[in-house]
Design a protein around this ligand. Structure first.
Ligand code: NZQ
Ligand code: ZN
Length: 388
């Protein structure tokens, strides 16, 4: 492990099927005005909304409702939410939902008292907040993004056709998150598998980089094996609590910065996927699934040893008598069969992209340099075309 680093994570987690009981105690640390952030209605249908409102009322809180956070929250919605928070002197932003609600809450936290245009400041110029920040907390209903224990906040700007994430610091990360695997049971299967692929890809993005012997890579392999095993159980039986709880916990650890310690990280699948998302508004995990195999096939020769290791350690490929290329290829084939068993999308065409969008998607793709190969624009175009 050759990199130097610090590690700190300020988010307190409550995990398990009784975890909501800690909400009351946590709420006592904040003032009266709670902005209750939720999405398009799943928490009303499941009954979770009523449970949360009952706790807030018992604690004497004033609820400022902020409903209708869409999947892939937009810059317009952010401006509305920031205004609501500012006008109501909100003391805590409580997100109840998936990564979109949680990401949105973080964006509102740094935008309510921001004098500038938050989209321009945080997502175009990547500046850090220099205003008052409202605390954020999360009750998670979808496992995938890791937003419950990180500083990430992804916002989509439809008029500019851009979807961009900003990773904020400790002061924006949720103060606490409540993780009850039972809340994820009402997810439609398509969302469940999309979240599962998101988890797996977060691990890949941090795994496929570096040449040194690094503890982070061993932890990453263990997390990948856990998510593969539990996903196959959950796909057959979504009601399996043990599998769903492993998936939820793995999602948190896949992206709370632990497994990136001492490493460069890649994140190019996310950059490609986010650009596809900016054009199609497709489900996040599906955009990643659709570009992954063409991308990994493309970079495999540059990180061959790691791809061979991935095949052996994660997928159990027997390397005896085979070249590294053969072993690595078998690993990617195993990945593809697993993706097919999950039922994730393998083509950006199925998500609404077409040939005429390729140049625009390539323009919207931010090229990062932490992986095994720094892509040039022609390579981005080639990978996108292969993903169609
Ligand atoms: O809006 P509601 O009605 O709640 O429905 C949601 C939404 O339609 C539904 N859902 C969530 N929990 C449910 C449920 N339906 C039934 N039962 C439940 N228990 O699922 C749909 C998708 O929800 P969403 O929050 O959009 O999904 P996800 O958690 O995948 O979040 C996606 C957003 O997070 C960003 C993505 O780019 C995307 O904008 N990401 C955030 C990251 C971070 N903070 O670090 C990293 C990720 O790579 C990702 O980019
Ligand atoms: Zn992701």
């Amino acid at each position: 492990m050759l990199g130097n680093f610090s590690y700190h994570n300020p988010t307190k987690l409550y995990f398990g099927d009784d975890s909501l009981k800690y909400l009351r105690e946590e709420l006592s640390n904040y003032g009266k005005n709670i902005q209750l952030i939720y999405g398009g209605g799943s928490i009303k249908r499941s009954g979770l909304y009523d449970e949360i409102v009952a706790v807030l009322k018992e604690c004497g809180k004033t609820i400022i409702a902020d409903a209708g956070v869409m999947p892939n929250p937009t810059s317009e919605k952010l401006v509305e939410g920031a205004k609501l928070a500012r006008e109501n002197k909100v003391d805590l932003l409580l997100a109840v939902g998936g990564g979109s609600c949680c990401d949105y809450a973080k964006a509102v936290s740094v935008s309510a008292y921001c004098d500038d245009d938050p989209w321009e400041k945080y997502y175009i110029r990547f500046e850090e907040p220099d205003c008052e920040i409202i605390p954020v907390a999360c009750v998670l209903t979808m496992a995938g993004t890791g937003s419950e224990m990180n500083g990430g906040s992804v916002i989509t700007n439809h008029s500019q056709k851009l979807k961009i994430g900003h990773v904020f610091g400790d002061e924006v990360m949720p103060k606490f998150s409540i993780l009850n695997p039972k809340y994820t049971m009402t997810l439609p299967k398509r969302q469940m598998v999309s979240g599962i692929y998101d988890i797996f890809n977060h691990i890949c993005e941090q795994y496929f980089s570096g040449e040194d012997d690094n503890t982070s890579d061993y932890i990453a392999e263990a997390l990948m094996k856990s998510v593969v095993k539990s996903s196959l159980i959950a796909v057959d039986n979504p009601e399996d609590y043990e599998a769903r709880s492993n998936i939820m916990w793995t999602a948190t650890w896949a992206l709370n910065t632990l497994i990136s310690r001492g490493k460069e990280t890649d994140w190019m699948v996310h950059m490609l996927g986010q650009a596809v998302g900016a054009y199609t508004d497709a489900t996040h995990g599906m955009t990643l699934a659709a570009v992954s195999l063409p991308y990994y096939r493309h970079i495999m020769p540059y990180g061959l040893k790691k791809f061979a290791r991935f095949a052996v350690e994660v997928w159990g490929v027997n390397p005896n008598g085979k070249t590294d290329e053969q072993v690595a290829e078998e690993g990617l084939s195993a990945l593809k069969s697993w993706m097919k068993k999950l039922g994730v999308t393998l083509s950006i065409g199925e998500l609404g992209a077409d040939e005429s969008m390729i140049e625009g998607i390539a323009d919207a793709t931010i090229i990062l340099d932490g992986g095994y190969k720094v892509l040039d624009r022609d390579e981005v175009v080639a990978i996108l075309k292969e993903s169609l």
